[in-house]
Design a protein around this ligand. Structure first.
Ligand code: SF4
Ligand code: SF4
Length: 158
């Protein structure tokens, strides 16, 4: 029998220990604040400036964690243990990592479970890439009437 879940316990339907760490890998940007850099500096016992230079970079005007080539995805966070697929700075990780996914389900975990069932393979890892586009809605009128269509803006580097 599993653990009894009571109403004052948050229900969580994903298990990061069974996931290849999509969230650490598919996003180009893991945003860091001054507070995050201060925490990193304390963790590694280095100055704020050293932590900022060594562990972060500017990406489209935003300060983010540095990334490295990965064994599964094209890139991942420099702090991911690529064998264990776990964070090596868990107690010093940035606020965005602490908050993610900020709900009871994780879409990447759902996708992983879905594909493992579909492929009938408990070890398969679906590779996904996420990108963001701006879209504009407009109404097109022709002989068939009016239709709402979406116009894609050119891809933006984030
Ligand atoms: S993608 Fe979801 S399940 Fe996987 S490590 Fe991140 S939060 Fe956990
Ligand atoms: S700091 Fe840790 S939790 Fe955050 S992206 Fe990097 S490996 Fe993942």
């Amino acid at each position: 029998m599993g653990n009894k879940v009571t109403d004052d316990q948050p229900r969580v339907y994903f298990d990061c220990n069974k996931c290849p760490a999509y969230c650490c890998s598919v996003y180009e940007r893991v945003q860091v604040t001054k507070r995050d850099i201060t925490r990193l500096a304390k963790h590694f016992v280095v100055s704020f400036e050293t932590a900022r230079r060594r562990y972060t970079k500017l990406h489209a005007g935003e300060r983010v964690l540095r990334r490295v080539a990965d064994e599964i995805f094209p890139e991942t966070c420099m702090f991911l243990d690529q064998k264990k697929r776990a964070c090596t700075i868990y107690h010093a990780r940035p606020a965005v990592c602490r908050e993610y996914p900020d709900r009871s389900r994780c879409s990447y975990y759902d996708l992983l479970q879905f594909e493992r069932r579909q492929q009938d393979d408990p070890n398969v890892i679906p590779l996904v890439q996420i990108t963001f586009r701006e879209v504009k809605a407009k109404t097109v009128n022709d002989e068939n009437g009016s239709e709402r269509v979406w116009e894609w803006e050119p891809e933006k580097k984030r």
